[in-house]
Unconditional design. Structure first.
Length: 106
């Protein structure tokens, strides 16, 4: 905790993955409830889920259509994770599945 009473949490880099080329992200765009992280430089996109962030509720169909249009030429990819982050995600995925042999989508 800092002197002003604000707790500073450690920053988690690439929690939702990164571009496989540069390992970075430019954030995400919503298309309806779906959240698409992007790398504009390499024109890549990856969906991290639906309804994880509430901001999509404050957007309208016009915004979603603009986002859909912007991402139309982007290549959907499997996101990059640092080795330890990938292992943690896969372990968490398998722990929440009835069949641990299900293929991990990331």
């Amino acid at each position: 905790m800092s002197n002003d009473g604000i707790t500073t949490l450690p920053r988690v880099d690439n929690h939702f993955g990164g571009c496989p080329t540069c390992h970075k992200t430019d954030g995400f765009l919503n298309i309806g409830r779906d959240h698409w992280f992007v790398c504009h430089r390499h024109r890549t996109k990856w969906c991290v889920g639906s309804n994880l962030f509430s901001g999509w509720r404050e957007q309208d169909e016009q915004r979603w259509q603009a986002n859909r249009y912007r991402l139309a030429g982007y290549r959907e990819i499997k996101p990059w994770f640092s080795d330890d982050a990938q292992e943690r995600l896969e372990a968490k995925f398998r722990a929440n599945r009835a069949n641990p042999r299900d293929e991990c989508p990331f």
